[in-house]
Design a protein around this ligand. Structure first.
Ligand SMILES: Cc1cc2nc3c(=O)[nH]c(=O)nc-3n(C[C@H](O)[C@H](O)[C@H](O)COP(=O)(O)OP(=O)(O)OC[C@H]3O[C@@H](n4cnc5c(N)ncnc54)[C@H](O)[C@@H]3O)c2cc1C
Length: 300
């Protein structure tokens, strides 16, 4: 691995770091080290990186802003890759908004507001990237990525580039094939009055701040809502608000959120998730499905 790090560090457009603590790159602020954390900053360096990954047969995990993952305390083997540099860019052409796969949703929302384009307000306050939100079909307040997306650009591990325009809407599920890397997306929005768009965005932000544990270390909703019900309601009815495992706690503000008080390990959060799941199953006979993704737990 030392040779690989050296050769990556000599490449322009790549930042590589060995044994990088992933707790610094997840919103839950937990997770052990990435054996190798690499930032790919442009298309050609991404191509070179994928070639090395293929040649060395290294495991690859693509990380966005780490706001929908629980990374194990053990960390991740192989390469954990984030997109930076030109993958963070955004631009507008008429009612189309183009964004790189690493662009934070906050930047995209801001760009849409500035250009008086409506349709993206639902994403205000979702702390993900374009790539992560395509892979989770992020949504809120009756809107979702699938509802505004026109095209997704991906690169497969073998280097093959694809433009996907026939995208099927599916609740909190990936919109393009699993192992592809989302390098960019085109969103189709509508021109509208700037004042109204801003008002909607502000009221959504206000609702987030009052209904969610805003400002705390979380990963958003832990479980998907089962058909016709709400995971948060079921968890609350089980009397689990405020339940703790180590530094992890079921939020008092929204029962489908788990907060880290700053001392939690990934294992505390995982134990709390398992406990909540078990209680909901016992009371309602329903197995809650995870909205967050567990990463690096297979060997624990
Ligand atoms: C306070 C808070 C509020 C939230 N509110 C919402 C909400 O209202 N609605 C909602 O849907 N979610 C919400 N979330 C969850 C989360 O922000 C979204 O799911 C977000 O879209 C995840 O993006 P990310 O970049 O952080 O992805 P990550 O968590 O880094 O990754 C998620 C998945 O996407 C994959 N991935 C990431 N980038 C790429 C890429 N470029 N190419 C290929 N795969 C990639 C990862 O491998 C992983 O499988 C919230 C989270 C927090 C902390």
């Amino acid at each position: 691995m030392a040779d690989i790090v050296r050769s990556l560090q000599s490449l322009r457009g790549i930042d590589a770091q060995k044994d990088a603590p992933l707790a610094h790159h997840t919103t839950w602020k937990v997770g052990g080290p990435a054996e190798l954390l690499v930032h790919a900053n442009d298309v050609s360096s991404l191509g070179v990186l994928l070639e090395i990954i293929r040649e060395e047969e290294l495991p690859l995990f693509v990380l966005g802003n780490g706001s929908n993952v629980l990374v194990s305390d053990r960390g991740l083997e192989g390469v954990t890759m984030r997109l930076g540099g030109e993958f963070n860019s955004t631009s507008v052409n008429g009612e189309k908004l183009m964004a790189g796969g690493g662009a934070p949703l906050g930047l995209v929302v801001g760009k849409a507001l500035k250009a008086s384009l409506e349709g993206f307000e639902f994403a205000v306050g979702i702390p993900g990237t374009v790539g992560g939100s395509v892979m989770t079909n992020a949504g809120a307040f009756s809107g979702s990525i699938a509802g505004v997306i026109a095209e997704v650009e991906t690169v497969a591990l073998n280097g093959e580039k694809t433009r996907h325009s026939d995208i099927e809407d599916s609740y909190r599920s990936r919109l393009v094939p699993g192992n592809d890397i989302v390098t960019g997306a085109v969103f189709l929005l509508k021109s509208g009055p700037a004042g109204r768009i801003r008002e909607i965005a502000e009221s959504i932000m206000e609702r987030r701040k009052t209904t969610q544990p805003w400002g705390m270390a979380t990963a958003g909703s832990v479980f998907k809502n089962p058909p016709g019900d709400y995971a948060g309601r079921m968890i609350e009815e089980c009397g689990l608000k405020g339940k703790r495992m180590g530094g992890a706690r079921v939020s008092d503000t929204h029962a489908n959120f788990i907060t880290n008080d700053g001392t939690a390990k990934a294992s505390d959060i995982k134990s709390l998730i398992d406990m909540v799941r078990g209680e909901v199953k016992a009371r309602f006979g329903i197995e809650l499905e995870l909205e967050i993704q567990l990463v690096g737990f297979d060997k624990e």
